[in-house]
Each structure stands twice: as structure tokens, then as C-alpha cells.
Ligand binder design. Structure first.
Ligand code: ADP
Ligand code: MG
Length: 483
């Protein structure tokens, strides 16, 4: 047996997400990403003596949305706390956070294959503020400080140590990112740091009762790198234990270039944050009504949509997964199915040609030039036999993309793509087709029914692809079997 298989991996993740509020968590400063350095800073952000924080209610609303989406209990009496540490990008010398009374507790999310999901516990979600940014690579001598980010609102989502592999951790963050994007509370961009993840990892022998000593890994700037960091760390820890070493509790930093982790600080040098209640902010009281109001505003969540698509619209799990993986895709689909009842076809158009357009052009579905009315019309034109499916995908659809102000049927007529449904015309074509292959007709009559394809092909060719195949088949059959 592989030695690595005799160990169990235990992982808990701490995810910070930057909330998309207009202003900062405790001041009226703009909270937008970027901007000219140090322009979104007032005396509150700078922590000048005598300045006082004012809590931004949007932070609460956004944090509650995530808590509700993660099936958490919402805390009614919330204290803010000061977390003290000294660092150049933290002008106040402390962060306002929540310590003993996190806003959301005791929840879970589901990860993994639909119908066979695994519950991952959410220990807590609390509100806090971000620090500024230290920039080490712009000046050869100095570290530069940009305080635009200082004071922007964050939520920290702490999971139970329920994850058992790097793949599960990957699924978990993917699900968290999907949720925050769906709720419109964070853009989920790990490269820009608006979603950040610290991974706590330990290993233990499979028959062991207690968890092993955990190591915390930081600085992964993509979901893939979280997975790589965990994979590296699992191997490093098992190798160390197998060599007779003991794992020490420490914080390690991930290096994306070689995929390894290296020690940043040990437990002994861990910060003592000296938390105490924030004296400048009153307790924040959350009422049942406030919770209900937030619930009313929440969109259907990806998992709820999955259920709807599979159970009510009878789509496949695969289709439902794609349709719910991005919020705007599900919004587009939701709009489309208010207009057509051919759900499978609606799903196919989005998963196929529409997504292909988005991928090729690196654009969001909201920038797709055709409206749901166009697609509804297209689906109808095909379903009623007015246009052949192949002609739509090869000719009408691309033409419509260039002329999105046209209606689908209008453009089809202009381009002369409407299927020939006039039986007398098709009948003439059928006669020509059969006259062209007298021997084949004889063979067909002797039982070689597969030759129907040849005759159909001929009729379609002569009609320029526009003969209604249903009508053509019927006429050919009548002629071949009747005479
Ligand atoms: P700390 O006191 O070091 O902050 P916490 O108990 O608050 O530790 O847990 C922080 C994170 O580490 C949580 O996500 C939790 O699930 C995870 N965690 C705790 N113990 C372990 C362990 N032994 N192995 C892996 N992850 C763990
Ligand atoms: Mg902790």
C-alpha cells in the first residue's frame, strides 16, 4: 500500500471576501478597487485622533446574505472588537472586526456531485475591515503604501475542518465564489485579491482519533493555486512524519512559481492581537424583520436553480450545472424560459452557440448581441419546421449576430432561408430525384430501405437545403411505396 494512502488529510479554510459596497465599512470613503494611490482616505481611514467610525449598513446586509446562503444562524446582538497589531499599512494600529460575536454561525454549504453532495460546516462568518496595501516592487529602495484599501469591508468565512482533500478544497472555494457572485456581494476575483483564502492543513494516520498539528498556508492567488499549495503541503507533512520529524504549528507562504510553501512565522512568534470591544461603535442589533427583509431581496441560489432545472424542467445534471455556474448565464436562461417552453432547446442554445460566442469573444453573456426574444423566435422557427436546424446554426445565427436589430424571421426571409413547405414544389423535386436514380429506386423496392437517405439528400440538395424534411420524407415514401 502506498504510504500516502495510510494518512487522512484534514483541511479547514478561512476565506476573506471584499464586499462590493460603494463606501468603506466605517467611513464614507470610496471603497472601489484601485484608483490613484491614497485618494480614498479621510481622517477616519487614517485613524486621526478624535475621528469616529460610523458603521456602513450595507456591510451588514451583504454579510447577512452570505450567512443566509450558508444556512447560518444570525447573531442578534453584535459587538465590534479591536484587533491590535502594528504594521505600516494599518494606520489606526488596529482593525475593527468581530471577535466573540460573529454575525453568522453554525452553517454549512454543499459541495460535490449533485445528489451526492457533502456538507461542509461553516463555523462562522464575521465582518471586518481590510488593511491598506504595501507595495514592495515599485521603488528600488522603499516600500510604498497605498491606503485606498484600508477600511474597505470584508467578511471572513471560516470553515469547520471538514475538507478531506485538495480537490474538496477546490470545490469548496469554487462554491463560495459562485455564491458571492450570485449574491452580488463580491466580484470573487482572486487575482486582484478581492477573494483570498488561507488554508489550514494537517494530516493524521487513518486510525488516529485526534487531528494532527495544523499548518496555515497563505498567499495563493487562484483556486488552482490553493489546490497546488494543499497538495504540496500534504506531501511535505507526510514525508516529514515518515522521517520521524514532528510538524510544528506555523504559518507558511505559497510560492506559485515552484509550487512550494516556506515558513513565514512559527506559533511562538504569532501575533497576540489583544482583542477588546470597540469603544467607538455601539452594539449592532439585528432584528427578525431585518433578516426577513434581506431574505426577500435574495435571488434564487445556484443549488435551488439546479433543483428546479433538473426536477421541473427535466434537464440533465450536466446542463443544469453549466446553466447555474455563472450568475448572468442563469439570469439569461431564466428570462428565456419565461418565453419558450422548449427548455431543452433553450438550454442547448445557451450551452452551445451562445457560450461559444462568449468564449471566443471573451465576453459576458450580458454582452451577447441577441436577446432572449431572438432565441425564442429561433427555437420556434425550428420547432414549427419553418427553418432547418442546420441552416439556422450555419447561416441564420451568424447573420443575426451581425444584424441584431433584425428579427430572426425577418432576416430569414430576407436571406431566403425559410423552408420550402409547398408540397407541390417538393413533389416536383422528389420526382426529379427519383428519375435520376432508376436502378436505386428498383433496389429500394426490393427491400434496400437504406436508400431513402440518398433520395432525401438529392431533394435537399436540389432545394438548396430548404425543403421541409418531414414533408419531403412523406412525399418520397408515398411515391416509392405507392407506385
Ligand atoms: P486558530 O485558533 O489557529 O485560528 P481555529 O480553531 O480558529 O484556529 O481554526 C482556524 C481554521 O483552521 C478553521 O478553518 C478550522 O477549521 C481549521 N482547523 C482547525 N484545526 C485544524 C486541524 N487540526 N487541521 C486542519 N485544519 C484545522
Ligand atoms: Mg481562529
Amino acid at each position: 500500500m502506498n504510504i500516502y494512502d495510510t494518512y487522512e488529510v484534514v483541511i479547514g479554510l478561512e476565506v476573506h471576501t471584499q464586499l462590493l459596497t460603494k463606501t468603506k465599512a466605517y467611513s464614507g470613503d470610496i471603497a472601489a478597487y484601485g484608483g490613484e494611490a491614497n485618494t480614498h482616505v479621510s481622517v477616519v481611514t487614517l485613524g486621526h485622533p478624535g475621528s469616529l467610525p460610523v458603521f456602513n449598513k450595507r456591510t451588514l446586509e451583504f454579510a447577512m446574505k452570505m450567512g443566509i446562503a450558508c444556512n447560518c444562524s444570525i447573531t442578534k446582538v453584535n459587538q465590534f472588537a479591536r484587533k491590535n497589531y502594528f504594521y505600516a499599512d494599518l494606520p489606526k494600529g488596529y482593525q475593527i472586526t468581530q471577535d466573540k460575536t460573529p454575525l453568522c454561525t453554525n452553517g454549512y454549504i454543499l459541495i460535490g456531485e449533485f445528489g451526492k453532495e457533502k456538507k461542509i460546516g461553516i463555523t462562522r462568518i464575521h465582518m471586518e475591515e481590510d488593511a491598506g496595501k504595501s507595495i514592495h516592487d515599485l521603488d528600488p529602495f522603499y516600500t510604498l503604501i497605498d491606503l485606498n484599501r484600508a477600511g474597505t469591508p470584508l467578511i471572513e468565512i471560516v470553515s469547520e475542518p471538514d475538507l478531506r482533500s485538495a480537490d474538496e478544497a477546490y470545490d469548496y472555494i469554487t462554491e463560495i465564489r459562485k455564491l458571492v457572485r450570485h449574491l452580488d456581494i463580491c466580484d470573487g476575483n482572486m487575482e486582484e485579491g478581492s477573494l483570498r483564502c488561507d488554508a489550514n492543513i494537517s494530516v493524521r494516520k487513518k486510525d488516529e482519533k485526534d487531528f494532527g498539528v495544523k499548518v496555515e498556508v497563505k498567499n495563493m492567488n487562484s483556486i488552482r493555486n490553493v489546490k497546488r499549495a494543499i497538495e504540496f503541503e500534504i506531501k511535505r507533512q507526510i514525508d516529514a512524519i515518515e522521517k520521524g520529524e514532528t510538524i510544528v504549528q506555523e504559518t507558511r507562504s505559497f510560492d506559485g512559481i515552484n509550487g512550494s510553501t516556506k515558513s513565514m512565522r512559527s506559533k511562538e512568534s504569532a501575533h497576540d492581537y489583544r482583542y477588546f470591544p470597540e469603544p467607538d461603535l455601539p452594539p449592532l442589533i439585528v432584528t427578525e424583520k431585518m433578516i426577513d427583509d434581506v431574505k426577500k431581496e435574495m435571488p434564487a441560489l445556484p443549488k435551488q436553480l439546479m433543483h428546479k432545472y433538473i426536477e421541473q424542467l427535466h434537464l440533465s445534471v450536466y446542463d443544469a450545472e453549466i446553466l447555474t455556474s455563472e450568475k448572468n448565464v442563469s439570469l439569461y436562461f431564466e428570462e428565456l424560459i419565461t418565453k419558450t417552453k422548449n427548455y431543452k432547446s433553450a438550454a442547448n442554445w445557451i450551452i452551445g452557440p451562445v457560450k461559444e460566442w462568449c468564449n471566443t469573444n471573451a465576453k459576458d453573456i450580458f454582452e451577447f448581441p441577441l436577446t432572449t426574444n431572438h432565441l425564442t423566435e429561433i427555437i420556434q422557427l425550428i420547432d414549427t419546421g419553418k427553418i432547418n436546424f442546420t441552416i439556422v446554426t450555419q447561416q441564420l445565427f451568424p447573420a443575426l449576430l451581425n444584424e441584431p436589430n433584425e428579427t430572426a424571421e425577418g432576416l430569414a426571409k430576407k436571406l431566403n432561408l425559410i423552408q420550402q413547405q409547398d408540397s407541390s414544389l417538393i413533389e416536383a423535386l422528389a420526382e426529379d430525384a427519383l428519375a435520376k436514380y432508376p436502378e436505386k429506386v428498383a433496389e429500394y423496392k426490393n427491400g434496400k430501405k437504406g436508400l431513402m437517405g440518398l433520395f432525401m439528400g438529392e431533394v435537399m440538395k436540389m432545394s438548396g437545403g430548404k425543403a421541409d424534411p418531414k414533408i419531403a420524407t412523406k412525399i418520397l415514401e408515398e411515391k416509392l411505396n405507392g407506385g
